[in-house]
Design a protein. Structure first.
Length: 157
């Protein structure tokens, strides 16, 4: 099987069996993002745990509608950032952003951080679809930042 066919399979599998779909409680923040060029929409919730500075992404859930790329990307996002430290989640987000620029720029990718997200490499060649792939990730970034600023301060040192 060719690599791009394998990648297609991964995306199709996440599209058919999305991970993290269905909004859960409790949550620290909720955002709603749209990609008007394609009509994709996502509502995403984030719950963090731990003290400020060493927070962990306890849960990421979403409800979404739209094209297969946007749906599959949200599922992959869930897999890659739920249960990891907030620092690692943001690093993964950076990696995914780099991946989306890989068609036009020289980038070095950390495949371990990306996991199944590497399957979206081919999407980088289609500028119109990049926003579809990034939708869930930008929603996560927004929600995580909101959740961080809502968190209790660690206390006076
Ligand atoms: Zn789309």
């Amino acid at each position: 099987m060719r690599l791009d066919q394998m990648y297609q399979e991964v995306i199709l599998d996440h599209y058919k069996n999305p991970h993290g779909k269905g909004l859960v409680e409790p949550f620290d923040s909720q955002v709603h993002h749209v990609n008007p060029t394609c009509g994709d929409e996502i509502t995403l919730r984030v719950k963090l745990s731990g003290a400020a500075g060493s927070q962990v992404v306890e849960s990421v859930s979403f409800d979404s509608q739209g094209c297969s790329i946007s749906q599959a990307s949200a599922s992959v996002l869930h897999d890659q950032v739920e249960g990891v430290s907030l620092d690692q989640a943001f690093l993964t987000l950076d990696e995914f952003s780099s991946l989306m620029k890989s068609a036009t720029a020289e980038v070095t990718l950390d495949e371990e951080l990306l996991g199944d997200a590497i399957a979206f490499e081919g999407v980088a060649q289609y500028p119109a679809r990049i926003k579809c792939a990034l939708l869930a990730w930008m929603a996560f970034k927004d929600a995580a930042v909101q959740a961080t600023s809502a968190a209790q301060p660690a206390g006076d040192e």
